[in-house]
Ligand binder design. Sequence first.
Ligand code: ATP
Ligand code: MG
Ligand code: MG
Ligand code: MG
Length: 472
Amino acid sequence: MKSSDIRQSFLDFFGQKEHTVVRSAPVIPAEDPTLLFTNAGMNQFKDVFLDKGSRPYSRAVDTQKCIRASGKHNDLEDVGRDTYHHTFFEMLGNWSFGDYYKKEAIVWAWELLTEVWKLPKERLYATVYTDDDESLGIWEKETDIDSGHIMRFDEKDNFWEMGETGPCGPCSEIHIDLTEDLSGKELVNAGDHRVIELWNLVFIQYNRKVDRSLEPLPKKHVDTGMGFERITAVLQGKGSNYDTDVFRPLFDAITGLTGIGYNATLDGEQDIAMRVIADHARTLTFAITDGAVPSNEGRGYVLRRILRRAVRYAKKLDCNQPVLYRLVGVIADTMGDVFPELRKQQKTVEKIVRSEEESFLVTLDRGIEIFGEIIAALRGSKQTRISGEDAFRLYDTYGFPLDLTRLMALEEGLTIDEEGFDTCMQEQKERARKDRKQKQQIADEQGEWNWFGKRARTIFLGYETLDTEAKV
Ligand code: ATP
Ligand code: MG
Ligand code: MG
Ligand code: MG
């Protein structure tokens, strides 16, 4: 099955069960100050869960563009190193707003996976929240899952929350064992690529408040999320999301640009680099398409860090020219039918990405050289910790975000004095504040003088202009 057919078959399955097909919300949340990026399908329905808004339907299905690179859900550091966490991914989801609850959610998920998509039952595991006997009972009685494959997990894995506050509740998840000999039971929720989480069925019944208390909601809701790239890998018989037709065109393009092939190893340096570049190009393309711009703060700085990280990985493929912007068109071509905004914004996104790449490339080589000198000096004195001052110099003069330096340090088996870095940052902010204050003071003192000066000058210029015009 092609990935586009998989997406469609999910929408159709729930469409037949009276779910309204809705569009993905933008990856930049419109009205939610608690989120930098949309991190789950349920974000756009937060108002419904909290009883502050409503929709003309009580069941919905969609594919949602998600970014997990900041805040409570941040997978940035896993990208490239594993085969199933992306910073940008699509989340397939079905919802009940005060309509059906646990039983239908579980039974339908099982039906889709095992009857429509025919996944082997012996490979599937269901997890439930510690004390959620109701869900456990439904799995046992209403499905034909092997009862030895139902497992209880605590808050960390089976109580879902979108952020520090907001709608939340216990969840029941489906995981798949991809080991050859079906020995993966111990690996459920262990962060191992051989047993991965496919689908999360969340039973939204609380609102987490700022004081951390849980407020019961007036109605109970279902909120599910399945990783589209993960289910595609499973249904296409691939061990990695990156081996599917979702990523293939991107890898082909990277190979075309660099002359380097993808060998799909887990720890080969260039394979990691290719995965990171493909992932980050998607994140940048989708985020900028939806209106974000790389900058020095907040959401924009998350994007700038992602971009700089990708540019530095491109170095591992011997790229000294901007390449990311050349992947924007590949993404628009392959995903533009589902997300037409990509085609509309393609030129703008290319321009922004290219200029960001160009500006970082100006200082990157020199920064890498300085980094080399720093580690040579450390090795000479048998130390393993990069000082806060050095990390700050790389940040301030060469544009290296701290997480990039941390990553480069990690590759060399080194750490960074991050407290020292923070101190330098604070000191610089303080200097900048004083500087601003001083400039303001001078401006204030000169204000009166300037005002008169400007006035006199304007009058003078006026005569001059008239004079000139008269001469012409
Ligand atoms: P994991 O434990 O693998 O990190 P999660 O528990 O953080 O996943 P959920 O918040 O439950 O994920 O999201 C619902 C589904 O979205 C997951 O079951 C998974 O299929 C998918 N998903 C989550 N994070 C990612 C990611 N970074 N890249 C791709 N798919 C993801
Ligand atoms: Mg996660
Ligand atoms: Mg999980
Ligand atoms: Mg989960």
